[in-house]
Design a protein around this ligand. Structure first.
Ligand SMILES: C[S@@+](CC[C@H](N)C(=O)[O-])C[C@H]1O[C@@H](n2cnc3c(N)ncnc32)[C@H](O)[C@@H]1O
Length: 240
């Protein structure tokens, strides 16, 4: 499968997954792994929420791959406005319910095709960078750069790389079969339907270095468990 086909299948997967996406985030049904894990996961999400809060004020925000709104609703309270972009109208409809009353606009578009003259103080993306294939990494960050005002920030969270049995044990991703050599994951929905999607995990120091080669200054850290988070700017020192 070439990159174009993989990206198309990835879009189709998230459209089909929209009604069950939040089972993962909320740790319900097949993602429920008992009370201890549930508390640990909630603490991880709280630490992501605190991390975004620590970046306030965010000004005008473009959120890429906003999905069902789990990150949108963390961003919006600290933003003047959020433009929430996703390729799936199905996820954006769920997002709109969660963010009702907040200053959020929604746009359904493929990020690799979308163009805009608008500029933003912050370009944010949660659990999206790991779905950008290596072949599109440079193009993607070039787009992010064009959408930022001078001194603006790209901010992101994502899954931490799997190591040892941590990944299986801690994330319980029985719906996902990761192939590190291809940078893909085979995902299975509740109805048994399978899709191949992109999955490229980033170690914080490797990502910082890679972004530096593209002219970004980035600080990438991690929560105590499941996530990495980062701030990247072009040509300015970073104040978090
Ligand atoms: C892992 S989900 C993350 C959603 C959300 N940021 C969150 O953290 O809950 C990835 C999202 O990327 C969207 N997506 C996939 N391909 C895309 C593309 N080419 N352009 C824009 N969004 C895309 C999917 O529809 C899905 O909502």
């Amino acid at each position: 499968m070439d990159v174009e086909e993989l990206l198309a299948e990835q879009i189709a997967y998230y459209r089909a997954r929209a009604p069950e996406y939040d089972d993962w985030w909320e740790r319900r049904d097949r993602y429920y792994q008992g009370p201890e894990f549930f508390e640990w996961w909630r603490a991880e999400i709280d630490s992501v929420a605190r991390w975004f809060k620590g970046l306030a004020p965010l000004g005008a925000v473009l959120e890429i791959a906003a999905g069902t709104g789990n990150i949108t609703r963390l961003l919006a309270p600290h933003a003047d406005s959020v433009l929430a972009l996703d390729s799936s109208t199905e996820t954006l409809e769920i997002n709109a319910v969660k963010t009702a009353g907040m200053s959020v606009e929604y746009v359904a578009a493929d990020i690799f095709a979308w163009e805009s003259d608008r500029r933003f103080d912050t370009v944010a993306f949660g659990f999206w960078l790991s779905h950008v294939p290596e072949a599109r990494f440079e193009q993607y960050w070039g787009k992010v750069a064009r959408w930022l005002v001078p001194g603006g920030r790209a901010v992101f969270v994502d899954n931490r790389p799997p190591d040892g049995d941590w990944f299986e044990r801690r994330t319980g991703n029985t719906d996902a079969v990761y192939d590190s050599s291809r940078g893909t994951s085979q995902r299975t929905l509740r109805d048994g339907h399978s899709f191949d999607i992109v999955k490229v995990f980033w170690e914080p120091d490797v990502l910082e270095h890679r972004l530096r080669t593209l002219g970004w200054q980035a600080q990438v850290g991690r929560t105590s468990g499941a996530f990495i988070h980062g701030v990247a700017t072009l040509g300015h020192s970073i104040s978090e």
